[in-house]
Design a binder for this molecule. Structure first.
Ligand code: NAD
Length: 256
C-alpha cells in the first residue's frame, strides 16, 4: 500500500513536464495520492491549462482550475472547489515564483519598485496567502503538510540570482512563521532548497548555466541534481515520514 493511499492534496505550480511540481506530483501519484491542480490563467487560448491537463488528466486529476496567486478571489475559489470536491486535504504543494525579467537580470540596486513588489508578492507573499486561505476554509486535515520550493541564493549571494535571492530569503522566513503559527493546529510547513534544474523559471535567471557548472564542480557529490531526486524528497516532506519536521529548509542540492 502506498504512503499516500487515501490522502488528498492540492498542487500549485506545474507549468510543463520540466516543472519541479511535476517531478513531485509523479512521486505522490506513485504512492497513491489523489490530487487537484491549478495553472496560470490563460488568455484566449487555453495554452497553460492544456499543458497541465496533458500531464495530470492521465493520472486522474480530481480537478484542474486557473489560479493567479496575485488575485485573492482566485485563491478563495480554489479553496471552495477543494472543500466541495475533497472535503479536507492532507497536503499543499506551492511551487511558484516569478520576477519581471528586466528586474531579475540586473543588479538588485537597479530593480524597480514595481518589479520588486510583484516578485515578492508572487514568490513569497503567495505562500502566506494560500496557507491562510486554506486555514480559513477549514480544509486542512490534522497532520497536513505544506511545502514550498526555495534556493540557496536566499541564504548567500549567488551572482545572477539577484532579486529572486531576496524573495527566497523572505519565503524561507514565511515558512518559519507559518510553521510556528499553524503548528498548534497540526499543520507542518517546510521548504525544499533545490539545486539548479533547467525549467521555465530557471531559464529566466541570468548565469543559470554558470550556477549549474559551479554546483557540479563544488558540491560534495560533484554533480547536479536530477529532478527525480527533488521529486522523492518532496514526496517525503509531504508525507507522514517527515511528521516531526516543520519550519525547516531541507537542502536537496548534492550538498552544495
Ligand atoms: P516552473 O516555471 O516550471 O514553475 C514555476 C511556476 O510558477 C509555473 O507553474 C508558473 O505558472 C507559476 N507562477 C508564476 N506566476 C504565478 C502566478 N502569478 N500565479 C500562479 N502561479 C504562478 O519552474 P520551477 O523551476 O519548477 O519552479 C518552481 C519553484 O521551484 C519556484 O519557486 C522556483 O523558484 C523553485 N526553484 C527552482 C529551482 C530550479 O533550478 N529550477 C531551484 C530551486 C528552487
Amino acid at each position: 500500500m502506498g504512503l499516500f493511499e487515501g490522502k488528498k492534496g492540492l498542487v500549485l505550480g506545474i507549468a510543463n513536464n520540466f516543472s519541479i511540481a511535476w517531478a513531485i506530483t509523479q512521486k505522490l501519484h506513485e504512492q497513491g495520492a489523489e490530487m487537484a491542480f491549478t495553472h496560470l490563467p490563460d488568455g484566449e487560448r487555453p495554452k497553460n491549462e492544456n499543458k497541465v491537463r496533458k500531464l495530470v488528466d492521465p493520472i486522474g486529476a480530481k480537478f484542474v482550475m486557473p489560479c493567479d496567486v496575485c488575485d485573492d478571489a482566485h485563491i478563495e475559489a480554489v479553496m471552495e472547489k477543494t472543500a466541495a470536491e475533497f472535503g479536507k486535504i492532507d497536503f499543499i504543494l506551492h511551487s511558484i515564483a516569478f520576477a519581471p525579467p528586466a528586474d531579475l537580470t540586473g543588479p538588485t540596486y537597479a530593480c524597480s519598485r514595481k518589479g520588486f513588489g510583484l516578485a515578492m508578492e508572487i514568490s513569497a507573499y503567495s505562500l502566506l496567502a494560500v496557507s491562510g486561505a486554506a486555514k480559513k476554509a477549514g480544509i486542512l486535515n490534522e497532520g497536513a503538510s505544506i511545502l514550498t520550493l526555495s534556493y540557496f541564493g536566499g541564504e548567500e549571494v549567488i551572482p545572477g540570482y539577484n532579486l529572486m535571492g531576496i524573495c527566497k530569503a523572505a519565503l524561507e522566513c514565511c515558512v518559519r512563521y507559518l510553521a510556528s503559527e499553524l503548528g498548534p493546529s497540526g499543520t507542518r510547513v517546510n521548504a525544499i532548497s533545490a539545486g539548479p534544474l533547467r525549467t521555465v523559471s530557471s531559464s529566466g535567471v541570468g548565469d543559470f548555466d554558470k550556477m549549474q557548472l559551479v554546483n557540479a564542480a563544488m558540491a560534495p557529490l560533484r554533480r547536479n541534481l536530477d529532478a527525480d531526486e527533488v521529486g522523492s524528497m518532496g514526496m517525503v516532506m509531504l508525507s507522514k515520514l517527515s511528521s516531526a519536521i516543520t519550519g525547516e529548509v531541507v537542502h536537496v542540492d548534492c550538498g552544495f
